[in-house]
Design a protein around this ligand. Structure first.
Ligand code: X2W
Length: 295
């Protein structure tokens, strides 16, 4: 049984490497990046935010891409959401969806489901990684100390007040990929629902990583023709971009959030948005993949 698993993992890993090598990069290019990443403090390598849609639709590619990083000695810090899964489970329980400024209004009744779904999604990714013989640690509490964002408007929704790196550091020390759910906890121990992009941003500000990668179903920011935009320079293009008629509400929020994030990071850090199957290409090639956001 183990042998079969080893075999299939070897094959998948090899396929990933072959795809990577044949796609466009020279071995020299790849080893340059590998060297650079390996020299960084483990905490500073990469924060990878995984949207719930990716966990639903692209788990295999996600798992093999993350496991591949571990194979080459790198440990990404993974934080995930569960938006579509929450939509489904809450609807099944007869709870109507209501959002304000993109955030889910969360009643105490809904919170019980939010907690359950976050735990289930977290475990799903951790187990998928472990089935792939990767080391991964489930972290569903103890990282984000939160306070109520605005209880009258949003209910049991938190905004992050403090990030505790201890559980993440313990995982990294063991060479295990920390897989973090974006649940918060008040000083009094009340669990709160925290938007995963917001939680990722707080984590990034604390860690100041070299690479910040958002993995989404679309694989990047899309232009008016629905094609992925290669790169955005926020210094020269920000105003122009936000004025475009095809930049919708969700995209605007994302661009604004990334701008705030980049403003708080060293110039060497970069933010990109891509899809799981292209994570290695994004990290190890000059050309990259998806949308690179610079300033
Ligand atoms: C989000 C948490 C999940 C999330 C929600 O309830 O949908 C709030 O809106 P994605 O898949 O990364 O979007 N929380 C307060 O952000 O997941």
């Amino acid at each position: 049984m183990n042998d079969i698993r080893e075999d299939s993992r070897d094959i998948q890993t090899r396929q990933t490497i072959v795809r990577l090598l044949s796609s466009m990069a020279s071995a020299k290019e790849i080893s340059q990046y590998l060297k650079r990443f390996s020299q960084l403090d483990a905490k500073r390598f990469a924060v990878v935010k995984v949207g719930g849609a990716v966990l639903r639709d692209d788990l295999d590619a996600l798992t093999s891409s993350l496991a591949f990083l571990q194979d080459v000695g790198l440990t990404p810090i993974v934080i995930h959401g569960a938006g579509p899964q929450l939509d489904g489970e809450l609807a099944a329980a007869g709870i109507e969806k209501h959002t304000v400024d993109g955030l889910r209004v969360t009643s105490p009744e809904a919170l019980a489901i939010v907690r359950r779904v976050f735990h289930a999604q977290n475990l799903k990714l951790v187990e998928a990684l472990q089935a792939f013989d990767a080391r991964a640690t489930s972290i569903v509490s103890g990282v984000f100390e939160a306070e109520y964002l605005d209880r009258d408007t949003y209910g049991m929704v938190g905004q992050v007040k403090r990030v505790d790196l201890a559980p993440i550091e313990a995982s990294l020390k063991a060479g295990s990929i920390p897989v973090i759910a974006s649940l918060g906890e008040t000083a009094g121990g009340q669990i709160l629902n925290v938007n995963a992009d917001f939680a990722a941003n707080e984590l990034v500000q604390m860690l100041q990583p070299y690479k910040i990668v958002f993995l989404t179903g679309t694989g990047g920011l899309l232009n008016e023709r629905g094609k992925v935009i290669d790169s955005i320079n926020l210094t020269t293009e920000y105003e122009h971009l936000l004025a475009q008629p095809w930049v919708n509400g969700g995209m605007k929020v994302k661009i604004e959030q990334i701008k705030d994030l980049l403003d708080s990071l060293p110039l060497t850090s970069s933010v990109s948005i891509t899809k799981p199957s292209e994570l290695a290409k994004e990290l190890f090639t000059h050309k990259g993949s998806g949308t690179l956001v610079r300033r």
